[in-house]
Design a protein around this ligand. Structure first.
Ligand code: FBP
Length: 270
């Protein structure tokens, strides 16, 4: 990490990254709860909310839609990704170069590393090339640090998530995005393992407002620097409401009750 390298995708040192690479990673099934989200414009519109510090998308979506949002949205180029149709050992194709991401307008890159996979060595070497190229462009580097593979029994255990954040620090990320390890203590250990590097929590599948905001509150109390979230925002009928609540927790240090009040009146059905 380089101090300040992630400034373009953080506010006051905190991040709320809206991830929208699910069409590749999971397929259109993730858009079924709110069919309008099949259209990337719908989610870029959500990304113009003040709380969102960057929107993370794959190349094709960035090429086609980012030109209409470049004044209102900060682009995080998710460089690698693989479809859910792939049944092999966890791996991720590098789908665009850092040079091309910079040309499209990205301020930062995102890169998945499956530590523990039989493909870890190749993925780490690909990350090295992307990370060093990102430095030439003064772009921030976010590692989606997701240990998984046939040898790994529990990919969200406290040990595993602390190792995941540490991999981010060791390999030169500015932010590591990790799954929530299940408790505030485990998250605190994961944050401590990352040294001065920022750690953000991954959103996960959609839960209730209260459950989600409570987990984010716990993660922030444990020292996390924010959130990189997809489904828990765009699978809601009113994503702006939960973004109001998340803004309160992440940037204004609000309690869960205060954050729920911030969503009140806007989110009727979740
Ligand atoms: P969610 O907040 O919806 O979990 O999205 C975060 C994310 O990292 C996405 O960027 C990515 O598409 C997805 O999760 C991958 O999740 P997994 O590999 O666990 O299926």
């Amino acid at each position: 990490m380089i101090p300040g390298a992630d400034d373009a995708i953080t506010r006051d040192g905190k991040a709320l990254i809206l991830a929208y690479d699910h069409g590749l990673e999971h397929g259109p099934v993730d858009f079924e709860p709110v069919p309008a989200t099949t259209d990337p414009s719908t989610v870029f519109d959500v990304g113009t909310h003040d709380a969102v510090t960057a929107v993370a998308v794959q190349k094709g979506v960035a090429e086609a839609y980012y030109p209409s949002y470049e004044d209102d949205v900060t682009l995080l180029a998710k460089l690698n990704g693989t479809s859910n149709l792939w049944m092999g050992e966890p791996d991720s194709a590098v789908n665009w170069s850092v040079d091309y991401a910079a040309e499209v307008g990205a301020d930062a890159i995102g890169f998945t590393l499956y530590g523990g996979s039989n493909n870890e060595v190749e993925m780490a070497e690909e990350f090295r090339k992307a990370q060093e190229k990102a430095r030439e462009h003064d772009m921030g580097v976010v590692m989606w640090s997701y240990p998984r593979g046939q040898g790994l029994k529990d990919d969200t255990s406290p040990d595993t998530i602390a190792y995941a954040t540490r991999l981010g620090l060791e390999l030169g990320a500015d932010i590591a995005k990790v799954k929530y390890p299940g408790s505030a203590d485990a998250m605190e250990w994961a944050v401590r393992s990352a040294g001065d590097m920022n750690v953000v929590m991954s959103g996960g599948s959609k839960t209730s407002d209260e459950a989600f905001l409570s987990t984010v509150r716990e993660a922030m109390d444990a020292g996390a620097s924010g959130l990189a979230v997809g489904r828990n925002v765009f699978q809601r009928e009113n994503p702006e409401a939960i973004l109001d609540g998340l803004e309160a927790v992440i940037f204004d240090d609000a309690t869960v009750d205060e954050a729920l009040s911030a969503t009140a009146g806007l989110e009727a059905s979740d």
